[in-house]
Design a protein around this ligand. Structure first.
Ligand code: ADP
Length: 676
């Protein structure tokens, strides 16, 4: 930690505390202005040495959003009042005051980079500060010269080089003190710091008391360099401030080489502060450059530490192997690398030394790849089984020549893929099993088809004979009742024949065998099918009720055959699954496009999960199978196929307990459309 700067600490103060600090600072500015004025004899030509610009600039820079101009104005007003107190004319004070406000705002604008305060931990920041100070001070000096000329001062006298250096020094002293992070750059020990301060003091005392020789004024130069290279931010900036104050006061008092060699105090100060500026700015830039370098090294080291940790803790094993004679020596390994060699990285021996020295045994599985790369190949990749990673392990291996290494060192990268391989094997076994099951299923399904086909063949012959005899009977003399019975036998035997054919082709060609769909009287077919089924239904006292809504219906699109078969299937299912002494109820709903026929029974119903599946081939609910209700599971699949062929559809509604309602939707034939 290098700590915060004085400025950022002040920014975090509470409002009353900040206000108090501002007042004190303004008082100091006022005092400095009076001191500056009094130190030199006050006249228009000598009045602008108040070293307050730097201090006001610091206040302006710290100021929060929107406060910069008011605070600058307040600071400059304090200076102006000081000027008035020391007896300067009002218009002159106003003019220079305005110039000073502009000077400080200009300085702030240059120093502050895209809204961020200066930090001085890079040489660029410090150079910017020095440049900002120079430009702002030059602006002020030129302005003041002009104002003095306007006030009638002689050109030689009016030239405001004193204001230039005073402001320059004041900016360069105050800003770093406020903005450098207090403890940053502290390298020297306490003793060293003390020694440096004492020597600096001694050098200044020697320069300013014992001698008037101007060349001695360079004595502190190496001490400034020392400070720049070893002291903390606060040490350096405080020293610069004190040296500036001390030498300026000494010179004003007439001590030292500057006072002795110059033409009056004002010139002495100009020369002194000119020199000071050079010392100060080079010390600052040197200090910043050093801190910048240290920061860079720190960053690089931190990055290095992160990378090193990442490599050390990586789940990939890294080894560096050097061929020496016939042997292969592992010279470096990360933790996982050691594990790959079957060693324990927590062993104190490894943690103590980052370099290791392990010869691989002659029969080690890695030797083959290593010798290939050592023999000149750029790389080798493969998969090995190692006695490592706490047991036998499958490892993917990549061996390469280490980049940029001429001694033949090779890098080895090992990835433990034991788990992955195990998972692969498990998956492969699963897929195999799945495949076997599916083959078994296909075989079963084929057997089922064969079975159905052969049963149907078996039925064909006896059926043909039933139909033949019934038809013969039909052609004989019969009383009306006998005729009704024989008709029913003929019709149903014929239907049975159709079913058998259907079973044979398992509904595949069911839709092909019919003729083109055309308008049909649905109500008529409903009546016929209901009549056909009544005989069977009556034996179990199941009543087939055709409600009035289903008796006079508009025509639908279909074929005689398909609609009859659809209705027979659905209604015979309803009768089949109905309990004794119950009813099967038919109703219908007509709208513009469709006719919906509802076939409701009081049977066991169909569970929700089965409601879609009952339309699959051979699917029967558990209930149907358990109760041995006769059937093949083909009827509803045929219904769906047939309806598809005539633009209809079917679905079932049931709560799975209280009966089922099959809803058969037919497309309406529109009387007006001759195409239908
Ligand atoms: P099958 O009736 O020959 O078994 P279907 O394809 O006609 O074949 O019907 C398939 C299954 O749907 C039946 O086995 C039965 O489980 C169920 N099912 C069909 N209609 C009804 C119904 N009205 N009530 C209860 N379950 C039915």
């Amino acid at each position: 930690m290098v700590g915060a700067s004085l400025a950022s600490t002040a920014r975090r103060w509470s409002r009353p505390r900040r206000l108090l600090a501002l007042l004190l600072a303004l008082l100091l500015v006022f005092g400095l202005s009076i001191a500056g004025g009094n130190a030199l004899d006050v006249s228009i030509a000598r009045a602008d040495l108040a070293p307050a610009s730097g201090l006001i600039a610091v206040l302006a820079l710290i100021a929060r959003q929107g406060w910069r101009i008011p605070i600058t104005t307040a600071g400059v007003t304090a200076v102006a009042i000081g000027n008035l107190v020391t007896g300067l004319p009002v218009d002159y004070v106003l003019q220079t005051g305005l110039l000073r406000i502009l000077e400080i705002l200009l300085f702030c604008a240059i120093v502050e980079r895209s809204g961020r305060l200066p930090r001085l931990d890079s040489a660029a920041h410090s150079v910017r500060l020095v440049i900002g100070a120079t430009i702002a001070s030059a602006f002020f000096a030129v302005g003041v010269t002009a104002v003095r000329l306007l006030a009638g001062v002689e050109l030689a006298e009016a030239f405001a080089n004193d204001a230039f250096v005073a402001n320059l020094v004041s900016f360069v002293v105050a800003t770093p003190l406020a903005f450098a992070r207090v403890r940053q750059g502290a390298t020297a020990s306490r003793t060293e710091v003390t020694a440096q301060w004492l020597l600096m003091a001694a050098a200044l005392i020697v320069t300013f008391t014992l001698s008037v020789n101007i060349s001695l004024s360079f004595l502190p130069l190496p001490l400034f360099a020392w400070a720049a290279l070893r002291l903390s931010a606060i040490g350096v900036t405080l020293q610069l401030l004190l040296v500036t104050l001390g030498t300026t006061i000494a010179t004003i008092l007439g001590w030292g080489p500057f006072a002795a060699n110059a033409d009056g105090v004002r010139d002495a100060i100009v020369v002194l502060q000119g020199g000071l500026f050079i010392f100060l700015s080079s010390t600052l830039v040197l200090w910043s450059k050093r801190v910048e370098g240290e920061l860079e090294i720190e960053r690089a080291l931190a990055k290095d530490r992160v990378l090193r940790r990442a490599v050390e803790q990586a789940q990939t094993a890294f080894l560096l192997v050097e061929p020496i004679g016939d042997a292969y020596i592992v010279v470096q390994a990360n933790d996982h690398g050691l594990r790959a060699l079957g060693m324990d990285p927590d062993n104190a021996f490894f943690s103590a030394s980052s370099e290791i020295n392990i010869a691989l045994p002659e029969d080690h599985p890695l030797i083959e790849g290593l010798s290939i790369v050592a023999g000149g190949e750029p790389r080798w990749r493969g998969e090995l089984v190692l006695e490592a990673f706490a047991g036998r392990a499958d490892a993917e291996v990549a061996i390469e020549r280490a980049a940029g290494d001429k001694s033949g060192v090779m890098s080895v990268e090992l990835t433990d893929v034991t788990e992955k391989r195990r998972e692969d094997r498990r998956l492969r076994a699963l897929v195999e099993r799945e495949r076997a099951l599916s083959a078994q299923y296909q075989e079963l399904s084929r057997q089922k088809d064969d079975f159905v086909a052969s049963i149907s063949h078996e039925l064909r012959t006896p059926l043909a004979s039933i139909v033949g005899y019934a038809e013969t009977l039909d052609e004989t003399e019969l009383d009306p009742m006998q005729r009704r019975f024989v008709d029913t036998i003929v019709r149903n035997a014929g239907r049975l024949q159709e079913r058998v054919e259907e079973l044979l082709s398992a509904a595949k060609r069911a839709a092909d065998s019919v003729d083109d769909p055309h308008p049909l009287a649905l109500d008529r077919i409903i009546g016929e099918v209901a009549d056909d089924l009544r005989a069977v239904a009556a034996s179990r006292r199941v009543d087939i009720v055709v409600e009035s809504s289903a008796t006079a219906l508009p025509e639908v699109i279909g074929t005689e055959d398909s609609v009859t078969r659809v209705l027979t299937n659905i209604m015979s299912n309803a009768v089949k699954f109905s309990p004794d002494d119950s009813s099967v109820v038919l109703s219908a709903l007509v709208d513009d496009e469709t006719i919906e026929l509802f076939v409701r029974d009081a049977g066991p119903g169909i569970p929700l999960a089965d409601q879609e599946r009952v339309f699959d081939r051979f699917y029967r609910t558990e209930d149907a199978t358990a109760n041995a209700t006769p059937g093949t599971g083909l009827g509803l699949s045929i219904v769906r196929t047939l309806l598809d062929g005539i633009g209809g559809s079917v679905l079932v509604e049931s709560d799975g307990e209280h009966g089922s309602t099959f809803i058969v939707r037919f497309a309406r034939a529109h009387d007006l459309d001759p195409a239908l």
